[in-house]
Structures are given as C-alpha cells and as structure tokens.
Design a protein around this ligand. Structure first.
Ligand SMILES: CC(C)(COP(=O)(O)OP(=O)(O)OC[C@H]1O[C@@H](n2cnc3c(N)ncnc32)[C@H](O)[C@@H]1O)[C@@H](O)C(=O)NCCC(=O)NCCS
Ligand SMILES: Nc1ncnc2c1ncn2[C@@H]1O[C@H](COP(=O)(O)OP(=O)(O)OP(=O)(O)O)[C@@H](O)[C@H]1O
Length: 291
C-alpha cells in the first residue's frame, strides 16, 4: 500500500515525510463512500473535480512537502524565518497544484494543514506524539507571514459573512478536530473491529459533527453546515458506517449534501491530516525515529 516506503533506509527524513503526506492525501481521496466528496464512486457535489485529478494533485505536492520538511530541519526551531519559508514553499506548491489541475483548487486547505504538520514533525523527529506535533504546527501557524498576499478567497468571504475563521484558526488552535475528534474516533472504531475503511469514514464523520467548514458555508450557507453537522452525528449515533443503520443514514447524508451542494472539503483535508499524524504516532513513526 505504501510503496514509497519499501526501502526506508535509503530515504531522507524529508523524503519520508513527503511520502507520508502524499500517501495520506491519496488514502483520503480513495476512501469511499464519503458524503458529497470526490471518491472512488464519483465526484460528489463537485463538477470540476474527479479522482484522477485528486491523485495527480496529491503527487504534484511531493516536492513542496519535502522542501517544507527540509526548511524545518535546517531551521531546527519554530521562528519567523521558518514560517515565512513555509509560506513561500506553500505558495509554490499551490502553483504546482494549479498547473497540474488546470487551475482547479484540489488541495489548498491540505497544503496548509499537512504542510504545517510535515514541518512540525521534521522539527523534532524523535517526538512523534500527535499532540506534540500539532502544538508545534500551531506555534508556526500563529506567526504572521509578512509576505502572504492579501487574497479575497472563499474563506475570507465566509469569514466576513459568518465569522468563521476556517483553516487558519483550526491550525492556530492546534487542530482540535484531529486531536479531540478524528483520532479518538479512528482508534475507537478500529478497536471495535469495524475495519480500516469504516474507521476512517467514522473519523471523517467525527470531524464533520462540529467543524465550521468554510467550503460548506461558502457553497450552502448555514443550512448546509447544519445539515452536515447533524447528519454526521446521526450516522455515528446509529452505530457508525460499519452498522446497517449507520450505512443507510450515511447514504442519506450523501444524497442530502449533494442536493445542497454542501461538500465538506475542509473536513476531508483534516481527515488526511489525521491519517498523517496517526501513521507517525503509531509504529510507522519509527520511520522518523530510525534516522
Ligand atoms: C490558510 C489558507 C488555507 C487560506 O485559507 P482561506 O481561509 O483564506 O480560504 P480558502 O477558501 O482559499 O481555502 C480554505 C481551505 O481550507 C479548508 N477548510 C475549510 N474550512 C476549514 C476548517 N474549518 N478547518 C480546516 N480547514 C478548512 C478547505 O478545504 C479549503 O480548501 C491558505 O490558503 C493560506 O493562507 N496559505 C498560504 C500559504 C502558507 O502560508 N503556507 C505555509 C504553511 S504550510
Ligand atoms: N475528496 C475530496 N473531494 C472534494 N474536495 C476535497 C476532497 N479532499 C479535499 N478536498 C478539499 O476541498 C476543497 C475543494 O472545495 P471547493 O470546490 O469548494 O473549493 P473552492 O476552490 O473553494 O471552490 P470552487 O470549486 O467553488 O471554486 C479543496 O481545496 C480540497 O482541499
């Protein structure tokens, strides 16, 4: 499954982290059935995205993730020069993504979240506990990049209209959606023997129960966000995606969110970020510590 890592000793730390980040993005894209998102079944609520584009986009980001890890290793500490280097590399990564996809935003939020976490993991490879990585990522996100262009993104429009601060705030708070919701649910569902794909779907649903996802707010407003949060909670309350009733409700949620055009892209990015820190913390973290 993780072909990149077959010869871990020949890869540098930065290359291993880039592999893990790209793997996490591909695992997220392939996970099915995700409500209203691109997956193996189709395009969800998106007219301009498809699975092949998500895969190509994920692969195009490998050099940016590697460069972010190298910048962190070189810096050795959280400081403004590192934050600004990450901002520059992140913008270059976004340009590579847009060149690959013909201008479609496939992974903007993921570059942000995974980029910070890759750098945070590279700063102290021997400290592979998820909470410690998230805290270092938060300290990076709290620093102001003086070279960041003032953009009028969907996120800034949603911030003005609804007060939701989206991807930036999630990182600055230390990724509570990952540490408090996704990771505990992923591990609970695994422990209950639900199987890896169901456990990942449950982790995505756990994120969706509370996230102020700016993709959903932009596309479907507060009714869309309410439908996403309540619908995800109802699937988990019914026993999660491994149970018959939960599956039925998951199918209903997929239909409802597609009808509302409410694709939870921010939640999908955070699931990828969750899979990344999970692999570092649990065993595969040896990939980093062995260096
Ligand atoms: C912070 C970012 C994501 C800007 O986001 P903004 O809120 O302005 O909006 P935009 O609509 O362009 O993108 C939001 C993205 O975040 C994801 N998202 C939406 N809601 C949330 C949420 N609540 N939590 C986390 N992610 C979310 C979405 O999938 C979407 O792709 C980012 O684009 C940015 O500023 N990048 C600069 C590059 C940089 O500094 N990189 C260095 C760190 S790696
Ligand atoms: N499997 C997935 N399916 C769909 N979106 C995903 C998936 N994984 C992650 N995403 C995230 O969702 C975002 C796409 O959402 P959206 O299409 O609303 O983006 P946008 O550029 O803000 O809007 P628009 O396409 O309307 O211009 C991407 O930035 C990406 O980070």
């Amino acid at each position: 499954m993780h072909a990149f890592n077959l010869q871990p000793n020949t890869l540098s730390l930065a290359e291993r982290l880039a592999d893990l980040a790209v793997d996490a993005l591909i695992d997220e894209a392939d996970l099915s059935p995700k409500p209203a998102l691109v997956d193996r079944r189709g395009n969800g609520a998106h007219t301009d995205l498809h699975l092949g584009l998500m895969h190509a986009s994920a692969l195009s980001l490998w050099p940016a993730f590697k460069a972010m890890a190298e910048a962190a290793i070189e810096s050795g500490e959280v400081n403004l020069p590192l934050r600004e280097a990450l901002g520059r590399i992140g913008r270059e990564g976004e340009a590579a993504m847009l060149a690959t996809t013909g201008g479609v935003n496939t992974h903007r939020g993921a570059i942000w979240a995974l980029g910070l976490l890759v750098a945070a993991a590279a700063l102290e490879p021997e400290s592979s506990v998820a909470s410690a990585i998230a805290l270092r990522a938060a300290r990076l996100a709290l620093l102001e990049d003086r070279y960041a262009p003032k953009s009028f993104s969907h996120g800034t429009q949603v911030a003005q209209r609804y007060g939701a601060r989206g991807a930036r705030e999630e990182a600055q708070l230390g990724f509570p959606s990952i540490l408090q919701r996704a990771l505990p649910q992923l591990r609970r569902s695994r422990a209950q023997g639900h199987g890896e794909q169901n456990a990942r779907l449950d982790a995505l649903l756990a994120i969706m129960t509370e996230l102020a996802d700016t993709c959903v707010l932009y596309r479907a407003g507060e009714p869309g966000l309410h439908a996403m949060q309540c619908g995800a909670q109802a699937v988990l309350d019914a026993g999660g995606s491994a149970s018959l009733d939960g599956r039925r409700r998951l199918h209903g949620l997929d239909q409802q969110l597609i009808a509302l055009n409410a694709s939870p892209g921010g939640a999908a990015d955070l699931l990828a970020a969750c899979l990344f820190v999970d692999r570092i913390e649990s065993g595969d973290g040896l990939i980093l510590g062995a260096l």
